[in-house]
Design a protein. Sequence first.
Length: 144
Amino acid sequence: MRFMVMVKADAHSEAGEMPGEALIAAMGRYNEELVKAGVMLGGEGLHPSARGVRVRFSGKDRTVIDGPFTETKELVAGYWLWQCASMAEAVEWVKRCPNPMLSDSEIEIRPILEAEDFGEAFTPELREQEERLRQQIAAQGRAG
Protein backbone atom coordinates (compact mmCIF):
# COMPACT_ATOMS: atom_id res chain seq x y z
CA MET A 1 0.00 0.00 0.00
CA ARG A 2 1.13 3.52 -0.71
CA PHE A 3 0.61 6.33 1.77
CA MET A 4 0.93 10.09 1.79
CA VAL A 5 2.40 11.13 5.11
CA MET A 6 1.84 14.83 5.75
CA VAL A 7 3.64 16.97 8.30
CA LYS A 8 1.16 19.59 9.46
CA ALA A 9 2.30 23.21 9.48
CA ASP A 10 2.62 25.29 12.62
CA ALA A 11 3.19 28.98 13.37
CA HIS A 12 6.97 28.50 13.01
CA SER A 13 6.81 26.83 9.59
CA GLU A 14 4.27 29.37 8.37
CA ALA A 15 6.62 32.17 9.50
CA GLY A 16 9.32 30.63 7.31
CA GLU A 17 11.50 29.61 10.26
CA MET A 18 13.94 26.95 9.12
CA PRO A 19 14.96 24.05 11.37
CA GLY A 20 18.40 24.06 12.92
CA GLU A 21 21.28 21.75 12.06
CA ALA A 22 20.37 19.20 14.76
CA LEU A 23 16.83 18.69 13.45
CA ILE A 24 17.99 18.60 9.82
CA ALA A 25 20.56 15.93 10.75
CA ALA A 26 17.99 13.90 12.73
CA MET A 27 15.53 14.01 9.83
CA GLY A 28 18.32 13.02 7.44
CA ARG A 29 19.08 9.93 9.56
CA TYR A 30 15.38 9.08 9.71
CA ASN A 31 15.02 9.45 5.94
CA GLU A 32 18.05 7.16 5.48
CA GLU A 33 16.28 4.50 7.59
CA LEU A 34 13.14 4.87 5.47
CA VAL A 35 15.10 4.52 2.23
CA LYS A 36 17.14 1.53 3.46
CA ALA A 37 13.90 -0.20 4.51
CA GLY A 38 12.36 0.41 1.06
CA VAL A 39 9.59 2.54 2.57
CA MET A 40 10.32 6.03 1.23
CA LEU A 41 9.28 6.73 -2.35
CA GLY A 42 9.73 10.50 -2.09
CA GLY A 43 9.26 13.50 0.12
CA GLU A 44 9.93 17.19 0.46
CA GLY A 45 9.40 20.18 2.70
CA LEU A 46 7.15 22.98 1.51
CA HIS A 47 7.49 26.75 1.64
CA PRO A 48 4.96 28.61 3.84
CA SER A 49 1.49 29.21 2.46
CA ALA A 50 2.39 32.90 1.94
CA ARG A 51 4.33 31.70 -1.11
CA GLY A 52 1.44 29.59 -2.42
CA VAL A 53 -1.91 30.04 -4.06
CA ARG A 54 -5.17 28.15 -4.13
CA VAL A 55 -7.42 27.79 -7.14
CA ARG A 56 -11.13 27.65 -6.30
CA PHE A 57 -13.42 25.87 -8.77
CA SER A 58 -17.05 26.90 -9.19
CA GLY A 59 -18.64 25.44 -12.28
CA LYS A 60 -16.55 26.72 -15.21
CA ASP A 61 -15.06 29.59 -13.16
CA ARG A 62 -11.60 29.48 -11.60
CA THR A 63 -10.53 31.94 -8.91
CA VAL A 64 -6.90 32.24 -7.77
CA ILE A 65 -6.47 33.04 -4.07
CA ASP A 66 -3.06 34.18 -2.89
CA GLY A 67 -1.62 32.90 0.38
CA PRO A 68 -1.06 33.11 3.24
CA PHE A 69 -3.93 30.96 4.42
CA THR A 70 -5.29 31.45 7.93
CA GLU A 71 -6.00 27.94 9.22
CA THR A 72 -2.44 26.87 10.03
CA LYS A 73 -3.59 23.55 11.53
CA GLU A 74 -5.03 22.58 8.13
CA LEU A 75 -1.85 23.36 6.18
CA VAL A 76 0.91 20.96 5.17
CA ALA A 77 4.57 21.86 5.77
CA GLY A 78 6.04 18.77 4.14
CA TYR A 79 5.26 15.26 2.98
CA TRP A 80 6.56 11.80 2.25
CA LEU A 81 5.29 9.13 -0.12
CA TRP A 82 5.72 5.72 1.46
CA GLN A 83 5.21 2.09 0.47
CA CYS A 84 4.17 0.01 3.51
CA ALA A 85 2.42 -3.30 3.98
CA SER A 86 -0.33 -1.72 6.09
CA MET A 87 -1.53 1.38 7.89
CA ALA A 88 -0.18 -0.15 11.10
CA GLU A 89 3.32 -0.29 9.58
CA ALA A 90 3.06 3.35 8.44
CA VAL A 91 1.99 4.36 11.96
CA GLU A 92 4.98 2.54 13.45
CA TRP A 93 7.32 4.41 11.10
CA VAL A 94 5.75 7.77 12.04
CA LYS A 95 6.16 6.97 15.74
CA ARG A 96 9.92 6.68 15.10
CA CYS A 97 10.10 10.10 13.41
CA PRO A 98 11.89 12.93 15.19
CA ASN A 99 9.47 15.75 15.99
CA PRO A 100 9.59 17.56 12.63
CA MET A 101 8.62 20.96 14.02
CA LEU A 102 10.00 23.41 16.58
CA SER A 103 6.93 22.92 18.79
CA ASP A 104 4.30 20.21 19.29
CA SER A 105 3.33 18.81 15.92
CA GLU A 106 1.10 16.42 14.06
CA ILE A 107 1.62 14.06 11.14
CA GLU A 108 -1.31 12.77 9.09
CA ILE A 109 -1.18 9.44 7.23
CA ARG A 110 -3.58 8.74 4.37
CA PRO A 111 -3.70 5.79 2.00
CA ILE A 112 -3.29 6.62 -1.66
CA LEU A 113 -6.10 5.45 -3.92
CA GLU A 114 -5.10 2.51 -6.09
CA ALA A 115 -6.67 1.46 -9.42
CA GLU A 116 -8.89 -1.17 -7.80
CA ASP A 117 -10.42 1.47 -5.50
CA PHE A 118 -12.18 3.06 -8.49
CA GLY A 119 -14.09 -0.10 -9.47
CA GLU A 120 -15.74 -0.37 -12.89
CA ALA A 121 -15.43 3.39 -13.56
CA PHE A 122 -11.71 2.84 -14.14
CA THR A 123 -12.12 1.11 -17.51
CA PRO A 124 -9.38 -0.88 -19.26
CA GLU A 125 -8.81 2.11 -21.57
CA LEU A 126 -8.37 4.46 -18.61
CA ARG A 127 -6.04 1.94 -16.94
CA GLU A 128 -3.91 1.83 -20.11
CA GLN A 129 -3.77 5.62 -20.18
CA GLU A 130 -2.72 5.70 -16.52
CA GLU A 131 0.02 3.14 -17.15
CA ARG A 132 1.34 5.14 -20.14
CA LEU A 133 1.49 8.27 -17.99
CA ARG A 134 3.34 6.42 -15.20
CA GLN A 135 5.87 5.12 -17.73
CA GLN A 136 6.38 8.63 -19.13
CA ILE A 137 6.90 10.02 -15.62
CA ALA A 138 9.42 7.28 -14.82
CA ALA A 139 11.27 7.95 -18.07
CA GLN A 140 11.50 11.63 -17.13
CA GLY A 141 13.15 10.66 -13.85
CA ARG A 142 10.37 11.93 -11.58
CA ALA A 143 8.82 10.09 -8.61
CA GLY A 144 5.63 8.32 -9.54
